[in-house]
Design a protein around this ligand. Structure first.
Ligand code: KIV
Ligand code: ZN
Length: 515
């Protein structure tokens, strides 16, 4: 079996998903989980984008021990210097330098001709070579680059000292046959290509990112770049869990494997979804809530007789297991702790106490507390941020013939802030009341709600995205009542906003465009 290296870019390209903004602590938490998942390389960010990005990459570089940590850089010396600074302390640092090569990007974005592109990229690789032993070079928009010129660029990169050459289908334009053909051509024609690794980086604009990555593997790619849950710019990137499970399930066909610890996939997916606020669609391959659910009578009958009738993968393989231990209001701390271990969580005593009290409150409202309920409770506040505002009580008045109104009381530093407001709906009224109490002017950029489990007493999970003066933060709230979950998510986001303002000294990060 050929080993396929996994380059995870959840923290860089994934973080470029609209509305996603991870703080340093969250980035480190995801990076440590990616390390457990066994990815080979972690692209932690784009250090030149802002001082905040630089220090987040540095924190990841210092925290991660068993995989290479990578910083992205344009083909400019100051970007490379920022990445050098950020990667100080990494066990195995690597620089990812890129420059666009397609005719469209050359003409309209860079205003450079082919010769200038070749020279700028070569100069950047040579400059980086002074400081890095591992350098990945990406000809951005390689998919739409003339094949002859792409071959020339890759040849230059190999000569200049790149150790990995990545072929990005930046705009998700390629078909699997075309993309595979690029790898075949490079393998067959570039002198010295056997000395470096070839990598594939795909976007999902036409829904072909995973198929294109697999086509690249079939034609000689050594590495796949992607994100957990397929998050990323626009329609997202190749989903790492899809590639890993395709290689695992169809190893007879691909004759290649990743080094991933497959039973960490589900936990990683949940963590990324929670911290980015990007809900995984129910029908998402591998990690969606329905990926292993069987609805029709015929399928259920088949499953009961023999699982392989309708299941090509076992849920346990990705770490999705329903244990037999069902918890309820009579369950004690011991059973609760055992359940957490069973679900793969390791909490310290304080975290366990908080989680246990939340569990007791929930168990009073629900007859049976499912594994999903427990995951939702535990994951609610794994990344601690100071709770400047805390929801104390709320009262909502709604009638289909009257204007909804809400009264909230919020604790701040021991004092109670109580406000009432009317709104277009119950949630709107609650949010207006919270705005009055916190005196924060925020824009609600996104709101989504989902049921964590099934049934009338299911937990509802609300995600919001709030914006204020260039800042964008996500908040999450869970409760058996969707209005309360909505209030909690909003207050969580306001607290994150305050924290963000504090840690960035009031300067919102301006996204540096990738040019
Ligand atoms: O999609 C892309 O081209 C990128 C590059 C920076 C590699 O993300
Ligand atoms: Zn990309």
């Amino acid at each position: 079996m050929r080993k396929i290296y996994i380059f995870d870019t959840t923290l860089r390209d994934g973080e470029q998903s609209p509305g996603v903004n991870l703080n340093t602590q969250e980035k480190v938490e995801i990076a440590l989980q990616l390390e457990k998942l066994g990815v080979d390389r972690i692209e932690a960010g784009f250090p030149a984008a802002s001082p905040g990005d630089l220090s987040a990459v540095n924190a990841v570089a210092k925290a991660v021990k068993n995989c290479s940590v990578i910083g992205l850089s344009r083909s400019r010396e100051q970007d490379i210097d920022a990445a050098r600074e950020a990667l100080k302390g990494a066990q195995d640092p690597c620089l990812h330098v890129f420059l666009a090569t397609s005719p469209i990007h050359r003409a309209h974005k860079l205003r450079m001709n082919k010769e200038q592109v070749l020279q700028a990229a070569e100069a950047a690789i040579k400059y980086a070579k002074k400081y890095f032993s591992k350098i990945e070079f990406s000809p951005e928009d390689a998919g739409r680059t003339e094949l002859d010129f792409l071959r020339e660029v890759v040849e230059m990169a190999v000569r200049a000292g790149a150790t990995v050459v990545n072929i990005p289908d930046t705009v998700g334009y390629m078909t699997p046959a075309e993309f595979g053909n690029i790898f075949k051509m490079l393998r067959e024609t570039v002198p010295g290509i056997e000395k470096i690794q070839l990598s594939a980086h795909c976007h999902d604009d036409l829904g072909m990112a995973t198929a294109n990555a697999l086509a690249a593997i079939m034609n000689g790619a050594d590495q796949i770049e992607g994100t957990i849950n397929g998050i990323g710019e626009r329609a997202g990137n190749t989903s790492i869990e899809e590639v890993a499970m395709a290689l695992e399930t169809r190893s007879d066909y691909y004759q290649a494997k990743t080094g991933l610890v497959l039973n960490e996939i589900y936990r990683t997916s949940r963590l990324v979804s929670k911290l980015t606020g990007m809900v995984v669609p129910g029908n998402k391959a591998i990690v969606g809530a329905n990926a292993f659910a069987h609805e029709s009578g015929i399928h259920q009958d088949g499953m009961l007789k023999e699982k392989t009738t309708y299941e090509i993968m076992r849920p346990e393989t990705i770490g999705l297991k329903e244990s037999k231990l069902v918890l309820g209001k009579h369950s004690g701390r011991h059973a609760f702790r055992e359940k957490l271990i069973d679900l793969g969580y390791s909490l310290n005593e304080d975290q366990l106490n908080t989680a246990f009290s939340k569990f007791k409150v929930l168990a009073d409202k629900k007859k049976e507390v499912s594994d999903e309920d427990i995951r939702a409770l535990i994951e609610e506040r794994l990344v601690e941020i100071p709770e400047v505002f805390r929801l104390e009580t709320m009262h909502v008045s709604y009638g289909n013939q009257s204007v909804p109104s809400a009264t909230v009381s919020i604790l701040q530093d021991g004092s109670v802030l109580e406000e009432t407001a009317e709104g277009n709906g119950s949630v709107d009224a609650i949010y207006k009341a919270i705005d009055k109490a916190t005196r924060e002017e925020v824009e609600l950029a996104d709101y989504s709600i989902k049921s964590v489990t099934h049934g009338k007493d299911a937990l509802g999970e609300v995600h919001v995205v709030l914006r204020q003066n260039g800042y964008s933060v996500t908040g999450r709230g869970v409760s058996t009542d969707i209005l309360e979950a909505s209030a909690r998510a909003y207050i969580d986001a306001v607290n994150r906003l305050l924290e963000k303002r504090k840690t960035t000294g009031g300067i919102a990060r301006d996204r540096v465009s990738l040019i």
